[in-house]
Design a binder for this molecule. Sequence first.
Ligand code: AHG
Ligand code: MN
Ligand code: MN
Length: 285
Amino acid sequence: MEKEDVVDELIQKVAEAVPHISSGLMHRREYVGEENPSDEKMMEADVWANEFFKEKITSIEGVGQFASEEEHEVTDCGEGLSVAIDPLDGSSNIPTNNLVGTIVGIYDGVLPCSGEDLVAAFYILYGPLTTVTVARNGQVDEYVVEESSGDEVNLYLASEDVEIEGKKTYGFGGNKSWFESFEELEEEFSDEFKLRYGGSLVGDFNQMLHHGGVFGYPAKEGYDNGKYRILFEGNPMAFIAETAGSASSNGDRSVLDVQVDDIHQRTPFFAGHPDMVERIEERAL
Ligand code: AHG
Ligand code: MN
Ligand code: MN
C-alpha cells in the first residue's frame, strides 16, 4: 500500500475504535496495581485500550512497527511505517469524567526516531463531541466522529486547515514542583492571558489550538526532562502544532529536532503562538 493509503487506513481504523473505547471506559476506571514503562500507575482502561488499538494497528498492511506508552518494547509487525501511540492520554481524568484522548504518531523510520521522521500525527479527543484532529500534507483538519451502522463511523470535516491564531489562553502542567524561574514566568503569563488547564495534554492542547495561546509541561524538580514521552506525546503534538502554523519547543528548540534514543524518553514540552514560545525559550528554563 502507498504510504498515504496506510495513513488513511490508520486514521479510519483508530476512529472506528472510538465508540468501543468510549463505552468501554465505564467499567475500567480502577488502577490495576501495575506500572507502565514510565513508572506510572496503569488504569484498567489504559491496559485495555492499548490491547484494543494494538490489535487494530498491527493488522494493517504497511505498518511495520508498533510502540506504545504502555509497552516496554517495540513490536515488529511487518514492513512499512512505524506507529507510536498513547492509547489513553489523561487517563487519570476518567474517574472524574474530564477530557481524555488518544495520540498517534506515524513515523517513516525505525523506532525510536526523531520528530523529523513524522509523516502524519493525529489525536482523538473524547469530549462532548468526539473529534479526530489530523496533521498531514502540511495541513491540520478536525473531524467529528459520528457512529453509523455496525463498526462503521463517519468522519465529518468540522474545521479545515486549522491555524493557531492569537494569544488568548495559557496553561502549564506539573505546578506542584516547578523550578522558581518557571514560577516567575507563569506569574507573568497569568497577568496577561486566560488560564485554561484541564489535566489532559489532548484536552489542553485542543483548547490552545482553537483559542490561540500556549500550552506546556516544563521540566520540574525530579523531572529534568519533563513528564511527556517524546515518541507518543511530545513529537505528535509538536508536529500538529507546527503544521498548524505555530511553534513547539523543549525550552531550547523545536521538539521535532530533539534526538530520540529511547522509546520512553521524556521531553519538556511547549506548543503555541511563536511569540509566547519564544518568551519561554528566552528564559532558558
Ligand atoms: P497519560 O495519562 O497518558 O499518562 O498522560 C497524562 C499526562 C497529560 O495528559 C497531562 O497533561 C499530564 O499528564 C498531567 O500531569 P500532572 O498530573 O502531573 O499534572
Ligand atoms: Mn499521555
Ligand atoms: Mn496514556
